[in-house]
Write a protein that binds this ligand. Structure first.
Ligand SMILES: [Cu+2]
Length: 343
């Protein structure tokens, strides 16, 4: 099916390319030739079929797994309906006109250039549609972009700093003791939020790995060290640009977990089945991507999102991660391993 569609698209592109290079070759040879009407009609039909079949082949967005996912999706579907209906309507009229009025000796085309009434109509209709969409998106925007940053809500949230650089995501969590301080003194969590999570010696640092807790808000202080990057968590429906010189606060709250502890590592790509057992499911591998073309290795700028089932599981992971980064390799061992490549 994929190959069939790619093949058809290639043929269509080739035909169009030939027409551009040799316009005479495809021009209707006689009176009343309708080949263009057929070409555009068939193309439209194939497009509608491909659109209808896409979800069956999994060519669609991943399911949303955050509290505001549906607000974003609803907006997407409304805009898709408006633009889709417009596209199909225009294409049908276009094909009909090609079919009804092919080249005919002695018939003159109708010129509408400078027709005020027509121009008013085709300016007013998109204007009204865009205005309605602009108003309709406000609730979703407010929900995603405006955060309640009062003391009780921040004390119950996790905070993390995510820094984009060419070409990786650097992630910094407060250490386990730091989290204990937040529990004892909720005000300090708010202070840390306002100070954009000032770096501390016991911070836990990771690369291309983001951890969150199911049912808990994760507040992200998003930065970049060099150019503009864009943090994209498809399953969370979070997409936020990182701008040089700015720390931008973003957030999401996952509604499902996707990782499980196995010894001292956490395995992602798992979900809980009806009986409460973890089962492997590739659709639960949740990628972090950069969606701003940021240089030659932009496509390698990807990571993984781990959502823990409980806060306890997250804290257990944080302790393991903190212990791991404190391990230093004694110099003798380094020498024996020939790590510097001289020995
Ligand atoms: Cu990037």
């Amino acid at each position: 099916m994929t190959y069939a569609i790619i093949g058809l698209l290639t043929v269509a592109t080739l035909i169009y390319g030939l027409y551009v290079i040799f316009p005479e070759a495809l021009r209707p040879s006689g009176q009343g030739a309708k080949r263009w009407a057929y070409l555009f009609g068939i193309t439209l039909l194939l497009e509608i079929l491909a659109f209808a079949a896409a979800p069956l082949f999994g060519w669609w967005m991943p399911l949303g797994r955050s509290t505001y996912a549906w607000d974003v999706d609803r907006l997407f579907y409304v805009i898709l309906a408006v633009t889709g209906a417009t596209f199909i309507g225009v294409a049908i009229v276009y094909t009909y006109v090609l079919f009804k009025y092919p080249a005919h000796q002695g018939r003159r085309a109708l010129y509408t250039h400078g027709n005020h009434k027509l121009e008013m109509i085709w300016t007013a209709i998109p204007g009204v549609l865009l205005f309605l969409l602009a108003i309709g998106q406000i609730p979703a925007w407010l929900k995603v972009k405006m955060h309640a940053v009062d003391e009780p809500s921040v004390a119950q949230s996790l905070q993390v700093e995510v820094t984009g650089r060419q070409w990786e995501w650097r992630v910094r969590y407060p250490g386990p003791e730091h989290l204990e301080v937040w529990k004892r003194d909720p005000k300090s969590a708010l202070t840390d939020l306002r100070r954009k999570l000032t770096p501390q010696p016991d911070d836990v640092r990771l690369v291309n790995e983001l951890h969150a807790v199911k049912g808990e808000r994760l507040l992200i202080h998003l930065k970049t060290l060099d150019v503009i990057h864009s943090l994209f968590l498809p399953q969370m429906r979070l997409k936020q640009d990182a701008l040089p010189g700015k720390t931008i606060l973003a957030w999401f709250e996952p509604t499902e977990a996707n990782c499980q502890r196995v010894g001292d590592v956490w395995r992602d790509g798992v979900r809980k089945d009806a009986k409460g057992n973890w089962v492997w499911d590739p659709s639960y591998v949740w990628e972090i991507a950069c969606t701003e073309f940021c240089g030659s290795r932009h496509s390698l700028m990807r990571g993984k999102l781990f959502v823990h089932e409980t806060r306890e599981d997250f804290e257990a992971w944080l302790k393991v991660a903190a212990a791991k980064q404190r391990v230093t390799v004694p110099p003798t061992e380094t020498k024996a391993a020939g790590a510097n490549g001289v020995e």
